[in-house]
Write a protein that binds this ligand. Structure first.
Ligand code: FAD
Ligand code: NAI
Length: 466
């Protein structure tokens, strides 16, 4: 039996950050991960490979479409999909190796295998060759992540009916890709394959895309993606799927009921959300149970079982890598007896389409529901000189500020590179900044970030560039 201060189950952004921080704080830490590589969903089959394909496909489309030609660059590009996939896989391999290096640097043991909780402070790891290792620990952190939510009647086989992992490694460009779910995965991976030449249809049960996103920003994103050629079927449900060797026939009908229709696809991507993963974990051995959604509850990352903690996708809150990372840091600091807090009000979210959509804080819909009086400042990228010179003028920056105090309550950016700019507002809002604070802060010219300042200036009607 090997003894540790802390044993972490899962080597994703939650687990690996927890393990590294534990090592930094001088705790004897082990991270149990059953995958062949560290990094979890994010590095292996999530954030990183999807961004690799978004980047490559964006450049491909710029080169094949009018964008390069309009800039005076004449090229005749051809798609080498195998090479595009290879460079993605190489980048991912580099990143996962990087986590191994950080484990060694911080004296964290990676125990390769699947962990099972046998009782308080006891974990058994089953290795690939079926051998077992027993571990004991003062504290156990559950960071086992999430998996795709299945859709009854549409069985994922990763041949023709894909989950996100399958859609990240297709060996051909689909003629027609049908995406079920107009959420983050559907829009990002739908964009990748449309740019590479597929006809893409997105089917969404609700009457809007991306529920939870600021309504005005969501509508603008849908318009932009529709203009690029993605077809949306909103308020529509899929009731069945029949795969064959060459494609899939879907049965669809109006969400509210009505006449059924057949829809043929070469491939189908099911992206209707993710659910917490706790399968075979032995929760019952420490008296823990999940809620109906499979979620493990916590109070400041402590579960109801003494010495058992939980972080990341497997617990409540947005299923985002940076949220898992923040929880990891706070959880380990608490285990080490320090004070730590995660500010759940200020977790940014980004949809990496083109234009990108980045948000932090409250949406207009939330403020209205809360009955909170607020002011709106807005600035379009059509009026931003850098966006204009780059011919990237879609979208806007919107700042929502408290009517009385001017405190910034929410920020919604849709446009070029906004994922890289939302951080400015995250910092400002952590310090309870007012819109005026941003309005009075000098920003470099010419940058797109000036649109963010102008939106803050517009809260008091003093935007100078429109
Ligand atoms: P995970 O990353 O899921 O890691 C959990 C790990 O635990 C897994 O490796 C699993 O093998 C392991 N495990 C499970 N059970 C056991 C066990 N019993 N023993 C040992 N190991 C176990 N988020 C963003 O913030 N930005 C993005 O751009 C983004 N893009 C995404 C794109 C896609 C296609 C997908 C699917 C997700 C994306 N996400 C993104 C979400 C992000 O990947 C997750 O929020 C993040 O990975 C959660 O981290 P985690 O550590 O909680 O869980
Ligand atoms: P999602 O929750 O973002 O979107 C799912 C969509 O499917 C919703 O619009 C929902 O209304 C719809 N839906 C649900 N059931 C349906 C049905 N039966 N038929 C048709 N539509 C249905 O989930 P998604 O896209 O699967 O992504 C899972 C999670 O992964 C995200 O919520 C996010 O946390 C994370 N992620 C984050 C990314 C980022 O930060 N850029 C990128 C990709 C994933």
């Amino acid at each position: 039996m090997s003894n540790y201060d802390v044993v972490i189950l899962g080597g994703g952004p939650g687990g690996y950050n927890a393990a590294i921080r534990a090592g930094q704080l001088g705790l004897k830490a082990a991270c149990v991960e059953g995958r062949a590589t560290l990094g979890g969903t994010c590095l292996n089959v999530g954030c990183m490979p999807s961004k690799a394909l978004l980047h490559a496909s964006e450049l491909y489309e710029a080169a094949t479409g009018k964008e390069f030609a309009n800039l005076g660059i004449d090229v005749t590009p051809t798609l080498n999909l195998a090479r595009m996939m290879k460079q993605k896989d190489e980048s991912v391999a580099g990143l996962t190796k990087g986590i191994e290096f950080l484990f060694r640097k911080n004296k964290v043991d990676w125990i390769k295998g699947w962990g099972h909780i046998d009782g308080p402070g006891k974990v058994t790891v089953t290795h690939a060759d079926a051998s077992r290792t027993e571990l004991s620990a003062k504290d156990i952190v559950i960071a086992t992540g999430s998996e795709p939510t299945p859709l009854p009647g549409v069985t994922i086989d990763n041949q023709r009916i894909l989950d996100s992992t399958g859609a990240l490694s297709l060996s051909e460009v689909p003629g027609h890709l049908v995406v079920i779910g107009a959420g983050v995965i559907g829009l990002e991976l739908g964009s990748v394959w449309r740019r590479l030449g597929a006809q893409v249809t997105v089917i969404e049960y609700l009457d809007r895309i991306c529920p939870g996103v600021d309504g005005e920003a969501g509508k603008t994103l849908q318009r932009a993606l529709a203009k690029q050629g993605i077809a949306f079927k909103l308020s529509t449900k899929v009731t069945g799927a029949v795969p064959s060797a060459s494609g899939v026939q879907l049965q669809i009908e109006p969400a509210a009921g009505g006449e059924a229709q057949a829809l043929d696809a070469d491939y189908v991507l099911v992206a209707i959300g993710r659910r917490p993963y706790t399968q075979g974990l032995g929760l019952e051995n420490v008296g823990l149970a999940t809620d109906k959604r499979g979620m493990l509850a916590h109070q400041q990352h402590r579960t109801e079982a003494p010495g058992v903690w939980v972080i990341g996708d497997v617990t409540s809150g947005p299923m985002l890598a940076h949220k898992a990372e923040d929880e990891a840091m706070a959880c380990i600091e608490r285990i080490a007896g320090k004070a730590a807090e995660v500010n759940y009000e200020l977790i940014p979210s980004v949809i990496y389409t083109r234009p990108e959509l980045a948000s932090v804080g409250r949406t207009e819909e939330q403020l209205k529901a809360e009955g909170r009086a607020y002011k709106v400042g807005k600035f379009p990228f059509t009026a931003n000189s850098r966006a204009k010179i780059n011919h990237e003028t879609e979208g806007f920056a919107k700042v929502l500020a408290d009517e009385r105090t001017d405190e910034i309550l929410g920020v919604h950016l849709i446009g070029p590179s906004v994922s890289e700019m939302i951080g400015e507002y995250c910092v400002a809002m952590e310090f309870s900044a007012s819109a005026e604070d941003i309005a009075l802060t000098c920003h470099p010219h010419p940058t797109r970030s000036e649109a963010l300042r102008q939106a803050a200036m517009d809260v008091e009607g003093m935007a100078t560039q429109m």
